[in-house]
Design a binder for this molecule. Structure first.
Ligand SMILES: [Zn+2]
Length: 378
């Protein structure tokens, strides 16, 4: 029901047109190496176990060594930010399958579907579909809620892991009221995520999760309005009006922090110059991603603190086709673009003071030497 997703909208060949139907799991998952029937031949599935989540994947695939730890940190982080008790969680699984196996493992099949989550289980066609993991975290508190909140929360926390390979969607601070009661195929994830980020930052996680508990998949927009006023103590219209008109971004606001914001903090090399260099390899224990199906992707995220706002030259040097995203960890993502993409070469960027996450993405099938430099201009 909830959490049935196409890959992010920036994937041109995988438009976001998810289903609103309730998938039901018909496979039993066990430990280590096991086999399950998919109706069209059996696939051996490898288990990469973690503390909170295991990743299952087809045995002909390669999973980068840091992927499970990456998801594990993400589960703990999203749970903490949402005020949920990790100790009460079921053990989660994310199963990465090729398109055919994925479709056969999904009770309700749509050919543009990229992933889905239900309770403690999730399936996807991409090795780094953290969006589905966020759904599972929220499902530990409430399975069945209104699509606006379900997808708004998952999209607000998903981070740039998937979007990095395509254009980043622009911010969408538009009036969310027309889609409050919309369900799959009619919901705009970015609009929902921007408003959810605002509610989270301004009022904290408690009322957001309480509102999520008060609603169900079939709840209407009208019911969301009534429950909103009861939970938040103010009419939805007044909050939306402030959301649409307030250009200020108080420092105390803390928006949802995506997984990329948990990366290693890299200090500045000297005044006005930050450098990060390494060889990125799928076999490194801090690199997430994998090789399988149409995907060959390795990601690393690191963080940096910008103490002086201004113009910077961002230079990425590599013989490989690397791409990057520089994203604010903090600030007000609903007001202005939160993420900037860059490629090999020089990019001019404007940075605010604060924390940033840099995610670099290349092919998992290669060891990739890289250097990134950020230099303040003037
Ligand atoms: Zn979703």
């Amino acid at each position: 029901m909830s959490g049935v997703d196409a890959l992010s909208g920036s994937w041109g060949h995988l438009a976001r047109r998810p289903s609103g139907l309730a998938p039901e799991l018909s496979v039993a998952l066990s430990v280590a190496l096991f086999v399950f029937g998919l109706g069209c031949g059996d696939a051996e599935i490898i288990d990469a176990p973690g503390e909170h989540i295991d990743i299952h994947y087809a045995d002909e695939y390669v999973l980068c060594d840091g992927t499970t730890a990456h998801f594990d940190r993400g589960v703990a982080s999203v749970a903490e930010q949402l005020g949920l008790d990790l100790e009460t969680f079921e053990h989660l699984t994310y199963t990465w399958l090729d398109a055919q196996e994925f479709n056969e493992a999904s009770r309700f099949y749509f050919d543009d579907q990229g992933g889905w989550a239900w309770g403690s289980k999730s399936y996807g066609r991409h090795p780094l579909f953290f969006h589905e993991v966020v759904h599972m975290v929220v499902h530990q508190d409430k399975y069945d809620s209104i699509t606006f909140l379900t997808e708004g929360i998952a999209t607000a926390f998903e981070g740039p892991d998937i979007r990095i390979t395509g254009a980043v969607d622009p911010p969408v601070r538009v009036d969310p009221r027309p889609i409050l009661g919309a369900r799959y195929r009619k919901i705009d994830y970015r609009t929902a995520a921007a408003f959810v980020s605002y509610l989270f930052a301004r009022f904290g996680p408690e009322p957001l999760m309480e509102l999520n508990r008060e609603l169900r998949f079939l709840s209407t927009g009208g019911k969301l309005r009534r429950r909103f006023e009861k939970v938040y103590g103010v009419p939805l219209d007044s909050v939306v009006d402030e959301y649409l008109s307030d250009e200020s971004c108080p420092e105390l606001m803390t928006p949802p922090l995506p997984l990329s914001c948990l990366g290693e903090l890299i200090p500045w090399a000297e005044e006005g110059r930050w450098v990060y260099s390494r060889v990125m390899s799928c076999g490194d224990d801090d690199v997430a991603g994998g090789i399988g199906g149409p995907y060959d992707i390795a990601n690393i995220s690191v963080t940096l603190e910008v103490e002086q706002a201004g113009s910077y030259d961002l230079t990425l040097i590599s013989d490989h086709g690397l791409k990057g995203v520089l994203a604010r960890c903090g600030g007000c993502p609903w007001i202005e673009g939160h993420e900037q993409t860059f490629e090999v070469g020089l990019t001019w960027i404007e940075l605010e003071e604060g924390s940033y996450a840099m995610t670099l993405s290349g092919r998992a099938s290669e060891d990739i030497p890289l250097v990134v430099q950020l230099r303040r201009r003037g």
